[in-house]
Design a protein around this ligand. Structure first.
Ligand SMILES: [Zn+2]
Length: 400
């Protein structure tokens, strides 16, 4: 589907601001190298009326999540586990979740976040997870899960069985939603009168400031900024109750919506920051594109110099964002021997587009000299973990 008009305000006045070439789905790791791959243009448009940034080419949700084994599981990373614990604790306090309340997690994955809610508030929990293999994993782990998209059917099912939710959470899901109007209608329906809708999503201002172009991929339909969304949420009777930054998954914004009066001072402060950073002006993105071309050339040069000396290079962390970087820079299995990851769902597969095999850390032999850390946001953690291997680390990110 090609975006013809802004889904927040309806304007057709959209400018092309970022063009990253053609990419396959970033989250679809291949089981076999001869699997068919479809490449789509990865481009971002900016609404000139309200400032909403969105993909030009939107791949349908069933193609993205149900045709393939979606491989991300939240349960395998210690960074994720401690993050979810903290998030659950804050929501329990802010929304005053007690034993009788229901908490719903949209895109609940293997259920790590919900487990934290159950441990901290002893409340009812239910997950909504469209990927069949992941939903099965959650159910095995004793997390009640509906294997479906968050839609009218799944919402009606939850209300009928458990009543309305005191808190609805989604982490790194909001930006994946194709139809935000439909999504917010369903949130409105499921959320109790005094409930909170809490989501964490990458913050567009940070993406622009930090040139985190690798957080742009086909699964990320929307790029969240306060200015266009504050207006949009009001259409559904919601106000921004609280906003907060955290560093997990690189430059994320935590947003609390409620039907109570919002925190106008905080909202205005963010809107002002967005205005001063000129993120709603297309000219800003000419500089942005120049910077990522620079990063690409620099990274390729570092790899080629090492290669010319006969050194061996691997990648660390088969993160989704790594796939945007690899495919944009055209780094494939001729340059990087393999990528290590701790997820058993990824080991043995190949990265989409670049076709690099994924192995475990145990496969790092002593003849390997260089390692490109793909999830650069957790580079310090990974460097510490692999310190004993004496690798030269390459971090593909533009320093501030
Ligand atoms: Zn708009």
């Amino acid at each position: 589907m090609i975006t013809q008009k802004c889904q927040l305000c309806g304007s057709k006045n959209l400018s092309l601001i970022i063009d990253l070439g053609y990419h396959p789905l970033a989250d679809t790791f291949l089981k076999e190298l001869d699997e068919e791959e479809v490449f789509y243009p990865l481009r971002v448009l900016l609404c000139q009326k309200c400032g909403y940034a969105t993909l030009q080419h939107v791949v349908s949700a069933p193609v993205r999540y149900q045709k393939n084994d979606y491989s991300y599981t939240s349960s395998n990373s210690p960074v994720a586990i401690s993050h979810f614990k903290e998030l659950a604790g804050q929501v329990v306090q802010m929304a005053e979740i007690s034993k009788k309340d229901l908490v719903v997690d949209i895109g609940s994955n293997a259920g790590t976040l919900l487990k934290s809610f159950r441990e901290q508030a002893h409340c009812n929990i239910i997950g909504v997870e469209p990927a069949f293999n992941i939903a099965q994993l959650a159910k095995k782990g004793n997390i009640p899960t509906i294997n479906d998209f968050f839609n009218q059917t799944s919402v009606d099912k939850i209300i009928k069985k458990h009543g309305k939710a005191k808190a609805i959470i989604c982490t790194n899901v909001f930006n994946h939603i194709n139809d935000l109007n439909e999504f917010m209608k369903n949130i409105n329906k499921l959320l109790a009168k005094d409930g909170f809708f809490v989501f964490e999503t990458p913050y567009f201002l940070d993406l622009v400031k930090n040139v985190s172009f690798d957080t742009i991929y086909l699964e990320h339909v929307s790029y969240f900024a306060v200015t266009p969304f504050e207006k949009f949420f009001k259409k559904f009777g919601f106000q921004i109750h609280h906003l907060e930054r955290n560093d997990y998954m690189s430059d994320t914004m935590r947003v609390y919506l409620s039907r109570k009066a919002g925190n106008q001072i905080l909202v205005k402060r963010y809107m002002q920051k967005e205005k001063s950073a000129k993120i709603f002006i297309p000219k800003t993105y000419a500089i942005f594109m120049k910077k990522i071309v620079g990063l690409k050339l620099d990274l390729l040069q570092q790899i080629q110099i090492a290669k010319a000396k006969g050194e061996r290079i691997i990648g660390i962390g088969a993160a989704t964002k790594g796939n945007t970087l690899l495919n944009y820079c055209k780094i494939d299995n001729t340059l990087i021997d393999f990528i290590t990851d701790s997820s058993p769902l990824k080991i043995g597969k190949f990265t989409p587009g670049s076709h690099i095999p994924i192995k475990s850390d145990n496969d790092i032999t002593s003849d390997i000299t260089h390692a490109v850390i793909l999830p650069w946001n957790i580079a310090e953690f990974l460097k510490k973990k692999l310190k004993h291997l004496k690798l030269k680390f390459i971090i593909p990110h533009i320093e501030k």
